[in-house]
Design a protein around this ligand. Structure first.
Ligand code: UT7
Length: 334
C-alpha cells in the first residue's frame, strides 16, 4: 500500500512584528487581556503593500525545495489552502507555482478557512496514495492583516500573517497520512464570514463605507463550536485508530486560541509537553498555523512519531488527521 509521507517542511512569516503593546496604542485593549483570553503576545504583519499571500507561499515553497534538494520543475501538483488569495481569481496556487518556476505542476486553491491546511493535506495525499504523483506540495498561507479591521478590538488582536508548506512523497512504510476525519457545516457561516466582495454583495462605495470587506466574527459562538468540535474530532480519530493518549507523541492543533487548544489536549488526555504551541509568536494565521507548527517543531520530530493534526474554522469546517512522521527532523529542523 502506498502512503503519502511528509518528507520536508518549511515556513515563512513577514519580518514586521505587531506586539500586544503596539495594539494597546491603537485600540482599547491590554496585553493582559489578550494574553489571558487568547495566549497571543505578538503576530507578524506584512507592511509592503506590493506583497501578497502568494509571495509568502512562494518563499515557503522555495525553502521547502532547497531543504529537500529538489527542483521546482519536479513538483507534480501544488495545492494552497487560503482565504486571502491575492485576487478572487486566478488561484493563489497558480501564482505561487509561477513565482517559483514549478512549470510542470498544475495547481489549485482550497478555501476552508482555518481548516484550509488539513483539507489541502488530505486532498494532496489522495494523489500520492493512488500512485498518480510522486511530489505534491501542500501550502497553507494567509495574509489575514489584509482583511482585518484594525479598529475592531474583537478581531484585530487575534490574527497574523504567515505561510507554511510541506512536501508529500510516496512511501510503502507505515508512515505518513494514516487516516482523517473531516466535516463542514455551512450553517456556521452566520457567525464567521466576510460580508462583501463576493457575488452576493460585490464591492461598492456602500460596502466599503460599511467596512464589509473585513472579517466578521461573533467570537463567543465560534469559540463554543470550536471547543466542542475540535476536541470531539480529535478524540474520534484516536478512537477510530485505537490510539491511546500514550501512543500520541504530539498534537498540532490550529492556533486560534490557547483555551481551545487546551480543551482539545485535555479531551485527548495529553499533557502540555505533547502540545505544539506557537500562538504566542504568530497569532492565528488561518491556513498557516499547522504547517508553521510542524516547521517550528521539526527538530524535535522523530521517524514514527504519531501526530494528530486538528483544526476548526470558518464554514464551519473542522477535522483531524492521524499522521506518522516520516523522518528524523533533528538534522533538517531549525
Ligand atoms: O480560527 C477561526 C475560528 N475562530 C476562533 O476560534 C475564535 C473563537 N473565539 C475566541 O477565541 C474568543 O471568543 C475571542 C478571543 C474572540 C474573544 O474572547 P472572549 O473570552 O470570548 O471574549 P468576549 O467576546 O466574551 O468578550 C468579553 C469582554 C467584552 O466586554 P464586556 O461586554 O464584558 O464589557 C468585550 O467587549 O471582553 C471585551 N473585549 C476586549 N477587551 C479588551 C473583546 N475584545 C477585547 C480586547 N481587549 N481585544
Amino acid at each position: 500500500m502506498i502512503r503519502a509521507a511528509i518528507t520536508a517542511v518549511a515556513g515563512f512569516v513577514p519580518e514586521n512584528i505587531l506586539t500586544n503593546k503596539d495594539l494597546e496604542k491603537m485600540i482599547d485593549t491590554t496585553d493582559e487581556w489578550i494574553t489571558t483570553r487568547t495566549g497571543i503576545k505578538e503576530r507578524h504583519i506584512e507592511k509592503d503593500v506590493n506583497k501578497a499571500t502568494s509571495d509568502m507561499g512562494a518563499e515557503a515553497v522555495k525553502l521547502l525545495c532547497k531543504k529537500r534538494g529538489i527542483q521546482p520543475e519536479e513538483i507534480d501538483l501544488l495545492i494552497c489552502g487560503t482565504v486571502t488569495g491575492d485576487m478572487i481569481f486566478p488561484a493563489t496556487a497558480n501564482l505561487i507555482a509561477a513565482k517559483i518556476g514549478a512549470k510542470n505542476a498544475w495547481s489549485f486553491d482550497i478555501g476552508a478557512a482555518c481548516s484550509g491546511f488539513i483539507y489541502s493535506l488530505t486532498t494532496g495525499a489522495q494523489f500520492v496514495e493512488t500512485g498518480r504523483y510522486k511530489k505534491v506540495v501542500v501550502v497553507g498561507a494567509d495574509m489575514m492583516s489584509r482583511i482585518i479591521d484594525y479598529t475592531d478590538r474583537t478581531t484585530c488582536v487575534i490574527f497574523g500573517d504567515g505561510a507554511g508548506a510541506v512536501l508529500l512523497e510516496p512511501t510503502t512504510e507505515e508512515l505518513g497520512v494514516m487516516d482523517f476525519i473531516l466535516h463542514s457545516d455551512g450553517n456556521g457561516a452566520t457567525h464567521l464570514h466576510m460580508k462583501a466582495g463576493g457575488s452576493l454583495r460585490p464591492p461598492s462605495h456602500e460596502t466599503v463605507d460599511q467596512k464589509q470587506h473585513y472579517v466578521y466574527q461573533e467570537g463567543q459562538p465560534v469559540f463554543k463550536h470550536a471547543v466542542v468540535n475540535m476536541a470531539e474530532v480529535s478524540a474520534a480519530i484516536m478512537e477510530k485508530n485505537n490510539l491511546k493518549s500514550e501512543d500520541v507523541k504530539w498534537l498540532a492543533a490550529h492556533q486560534a486560541n490557547k483555551r481551545i487548544i487546551d480543551a482539545t489536549s485535555h479531551r485527548m488526555g495529553l499533557d502540555d509537553s505533547k502540545v505544539m504551541m506557537n500562538i504566542e509568536r504568530y497569532g492565528n494565521t488561518t491556513s498557516g498555523t499547522i504547517p508553521l507548527l510542524l516547521w517550528d517543531y521539526e527538530k524535535q520530530l522523530k521517524k514514527g512519531d504519531v501526530i494528530i493534526l486538528s483544526a476548526f474554522g470558518g464554514g464551519f469546517t473542522w477535522g483531524a488527521i492521524y499522521l506518522k512522521w516520516a523522518y528524523d527532523g533533528s538534522k533538517t529542523g531549525k
